[in-house]
Every structure is written in C-alpha cells, then in structure tokens.
Design a protein around this ligand. Structure first.
Ligand SMILES: [Zn+2]
Length: 319
C-alpha cells in the first residue's frame, strides 16, 4: 500500500458518501466561480494571501539559546509574526528562552506549535504511541504557557498516515512538514493552497509545508541560502501556493569554530534575515501565522478540541 493512500482513511461503507460529497462540491464550485478547484477541497483562490510564515524550529532549553533569542528578538523588534516549533520535553527550565517565548506569545507575535516530545521520528512509531506523544507534548505546552496548539511540525519532517490519524484524534489540524516530502511521494496535491473556508467544522488537516529551508545541514555542516536566493524561493513559492513557509534553525545563526556550532550569534546571518524581512515587506508581502493562513480562529479551536479526551475519530476524505 502506498504512502498516504487515500483509501486507508476511507473504508468501503464511507466511499459512497464521499463520492456524493465530492459531487456536491463539484456542483458548488461550478456555480460559484471558474477558478475554484475541487482538488484541494474548499479553499478560496490562492492569491488571497501574499504572505510568508517564518518558522523557528527546535526551541528548547540551553541549546544555542543566544541564537534562539536573537532570532526571536529580531521578529519582535520588527513587529513580525514568527511560529515557534517547541520540543516540549526539552523545554521548561531555561528561563531566558521561556520568558522570551511567553513574552512574544502574549504580545501576539509568536505562534506556538508542537515539535514533538523528544524530537521523535513519528513515522517509526505506531499510531497509539504517536497519539500518546502528541498528547503529552500538548499537555506540557499547556502547563508552561497555558495554551494548547493544534499545529504539529513533524520532527525531521517525517510522518505517515498513522500520524495523520493520531493527529485527528488529538484535534491537530495543521501540519507543516517539507514541500519535497510530498513531491517525492507524488502527494503534492495534499499541499493546501490559501485559506480553508470552514476549518472548524471540517476535520481536514491543512498541510502548509516548508518551502524554503533557510539553513540546512548537508551532512557535514550547516549552510544558509543567500538573501537573493531566499527571496527568489519565496517569490516562486508564493506564485505556486499563494504563500511561502521559511524554516529557520538556531544552528543557522551561530558562529562556527572548527566547523562546530558555538553559542555565539553570527551577526551577519541575523542582518541577512533582517534584509529578507525588509525586502518582502517593501513589496507588500506580509508575515503571518499558520492559523491566519488557514483561516483558523485559534481561540475557538483551542476550546473546541478537547485534547485530552477526544475519541470521536471520524473517517473523512483526505484533501
Ligand atoms: Zn527539528
């Protein structure tokens, strides 16, 4: 059975309903406008959002924390949106990081997302273990910051069908992996374009993958794209999907010593990131959060999903 195969979620007794649902959707879109497409479900035209989600991964205690703080401070100084991928079992003691995350979250600039319990490869775990880890991570987030998140950022970009099922069980409705992860599996059609018009009642998962890994590990060392390369990638992504997701890592903003990471901030890298933000802002491309990109009211989502006890797991058509 191939990865992501839709029939995994659609046992035979549900298929007739799904076909009828699809036909109704098709009729609706034929009446409502020529640009609507059935392939992505109920989404508005992708040109709605000329926007970029910046994602800072691997937020945790005592790990290159000067770099974590420098990136967070840049987004605060520029009053821009930043999504933080929290490794929950590794977070809770480093007050410099905790206070900054809390400050930015309460100000409304930072969006919080789960990045697993111990940065696990979820695709290697069974569904129940995945449910348990997603739940544990979110409960820890609630203990520290008083909020649950319905956004999951799979560690190592890895996930599978069981992860999607596990996510639905705990009320997660946004995934951010990597665009190439879908391309390599011929599943680019799952990537969500623009805004979902009915995210509260739908149980679909919105897929907003990274479209630019600003810094990346090539097996030997961390590399970072230039400002020009990054801007080109952002523009290409916006023309393909209506948005771009730029993933940042603390490892990309530190000085190296003999090719080893040090906890000292590389000011050139911070300056380059600032230049990227200024450049897109000057073109009226704005930074945003996954919730805004998906048209999700995070307050109501947080309350609507009982993350501890939800067992009402319905089979729904994959988008
Ligand atoms: Zn990570």
């Amino acid at each position: 059975m191939s990865f992501f195969e839709n029939s995994l979620h659609n046992p035979p007794k549900h298929r007739a309903k799904i076909i009828i649902f699809a036909l109704v959707l098709f009729a609706f879109f034929n009446l409502s406008g020529p640009q609507a497409s059935i392939s992505q479900g109920i989404y508005k035209n992708k040109t709605d959002c000329q926007c970029v989600v910046f994602r800072l991964d691997d937020i945790q205690d005592n790990f290159l924390n000067r770099s974590q703080l420098a990136v967070m401070n840049l987004f605060l100084e520029k009053n821009q949106s930043l999504t933080l991928a929290l490794i929950l079992n590794a977070l809770g003691n480093d007050t410099t990081v905790l206070n900054k995350v809390r400050f930015g979250y309460e100000l409304g600039n930072f969006e919080l997302a789960s990045h697993g319990w111990n940065h696990e490869n979820f695709s290697k775990l069974n569904e129940q273990d995945q449910v348990d880890l997603l739940r544990k991570a979110n409960e820890k987030m609630h203990r520290i910051f008083g909020v649950y998140s319905t956004i999951f950022i799979p560690p190592l970009y890895e996930f599978n069908n069981s992860t999607l099922d596990a996510a639905r069980q705990v009320g997660i409705n946004v995934f951010s992996s990597l665009d190439k992860y879908y391309e390599h599996r011929n599943q680019s059609g799952l990537i969500t374009h623009g805004i979902h018009s009915d995210p509260v009642h739908g149980e679909n998962i919105l897929h907003f993958p990274t479209t630019l890994q600003y810094s990346y590990f090539d097996g030997a060392r961390w590399n970072t794209y230039s400002v020009q390369q990054s801007l080109q990638s952002i523009h290409e992504s916006i023309s393909s999907y209506g948005y771009a997701v730029v993933t940042l890592h603390p490892q990309g903003f530190v000085n190296l010593l003999n090719n080893n990471l040090t906890n000292s901030v590389n000011s050139t890298q911070i300056k380059n990131l600032a230049e990227i933000i200024d450049s897109i802002n000057s073109e009226n491309i704005h930074t945003t959060s996954f919730y805004k990109l998906g048209g999700i009211n995070n307050k109501s989502m947080g309350e609507a999903n009982n993350l501890s006890t939800d067992t009402n797991h319905k089979m729904v058509p994959n988008q």
